[in-house]
Design a protein around this ligand. Sequence first.
Ligand code: FES
Length: 116
Amino acid sequence: MAWHAAADLDEVSEGAPKIVSVAGKEIGLFFEGGRHSAVLNFCPHSGAPVCAGKVMGCVVVRENGSLDYDARRKVLRCPWHRWEFDLWSGEPVVPMRQRLRTYPVKVEAGQIWVDV
Ligand code: FES
């Protein structure tokens, strides 16, 4: 893997991701909850362009078993069948083997860099 300059910092903002091509891969760049993330634009279920999905908070189970809505945890919902994945780790919200491919991201010299 190698770091690639993927976009200018001001090209990606909250609620406005950007799809870029890096090292032959289509990658969605997001800035949500104060954090950048980079996600392969390919859903592990059936190959949808997952980065066209909605980003939202997540329902979580608290220690006492109650359900709560956590607006700080961001998930990406696939536009085809609505599977949901953690935007930063790619882990699925419900237990299953498939996860989104995510990449390390850094901001440097006014650009968003992705390790692909
Ligand atoms: S293709 Fe993404 S949930 Fe089915």
